[in-house]
Design a protein around this ligand. Structure first.
Ligand SMILES: Cc1cc2nc3c(=O)[nH]c(=O)nc-3n(C[C@H](O)[C@H](O)[C@H](O)COP(=O)(O)O)c2cc1C
Length: 260
């Protein structure tokens, strides 16, 4: 495969803004007779190529991508992750942090693995994210949309089993892509000033944060119900919320996979 760098691939700033402005997470995909419409081979090849072209920590490529093709496997994962579109998307993947492969490579000449569990966890998740986001961006360049699915943490022990993950491998998130069958809304982001800091971290005032919450409220709107973003975050991150429920399983699976 030629690895040439084109003379120029410069877009204008406005073209870049337009491209990323058109990003929408999509959860309803076009189907044919109720069946997923698979990506043509060359499209699938291009998005997987993009995934593997992502930068990678220490050259190590500490991730694996499981493309889930078997309809029964997709249905089971959809159920376990609580995201039905895993069964209906054009393509479905699970992006995993993978420290198994590095151990296998070191073992080739009998080198013992180092004591680096936290460091490796840190960078392996980063590698999985970068590969997956490259995949999604490439898919969007081809006219698809997609959805990351952190819902894999909902039934993580079962999902690790269904995917037959060896020690050292941990799902980060699933990712679906396909032809959109919904008009997903433009979802806002925080004002740049609270996310991008200059020279040192700046703590926003309460009023600035409240203005940001107001600005974010539409992201939590459901149908005619107006959005309340802070309430949504309380449901996710507050005591007794959804994230706390995921914590024991993630801890247990990380330990079981030799990553804890
Ligand atoms: C790591 C990650 C996990 C996510 N998990 C889910 C999920 O389990 N289910 C879902 O419907 N959307 C999921 N999303 C999609 C987000 O809800 C979506 O990106 C966010 O609402 C912003 O919307 P936008 O991407 O359309 O701008 C996830 C996104 C990320 C990055």
């Amino acid at each position: 495969m030629p690895e040439t760098v084109p003379d120029t691939r410069a877009l204008t700033p406005q073209q870049v803004r337009d491209f990323f402005g058109a990003h929408r997470t999509v959860r309803q995909y076009r189907t044919q007779d109720g069946q997923p419409i698979p990506l043509p081979e060359d499209h699938l090849d291009a998005v997987l190529y993009a995934a593997q072209r992502a930068p990678t920590h220490s050259t190590s490529q500490l991730y694996s991508i499981i493309q889930v093709q078997d309809p029964a496997q997709r249905a089971e994962l959809a159920e376990l992750a609580g995201n039905a579109h895993i069964a209906t998307a054009g393509a479905a993947f699970v992006l995993c942090a993978d420290l198994h492969r590095i151990g296998q490579i070191l073992a080739l000449d009998g080198t013992a693995v180092g004591d680096w569990a936290d460091v490796a966890n840190h960078f392996a998740v980063g590698d999985a994210v970068m590969a997956g986001q490259n995949l999604l961006t490439a898919a969007e360049m081809l006219g698809y949309q997609g959805c990351w699915i952190g819902g894999v943490l909902n039934n993580l022990p079962q999902i690790a089993e269904v995917l037959e993950l060896p020690a050292g491998v941990l799902p980060f998130s699933a990712l679906t892509i396909g032809l959109p069958d919904e008009q997903a809304p433009y979802r806002p982001r925080l004002h740049r000033e609270v996310v991008v800091h200059t020279d040192r971290y700046r703590l926003p005032e309460r009023a600035e944060m409240e203005a940001n919450i107001e600005h974010m409220n539409p992201i939590a709107a459901r149908g005619d119900r107006p959005g309340d973003w802070a309430r949504l975050l309380r449901m996710y991150w507050g005591a007794g919320g959804a994230m706390e429920k995921r914590q024991p399983d993630l801890q247990a699976v990380k330990r079981r996979q030799g990553l804890g």
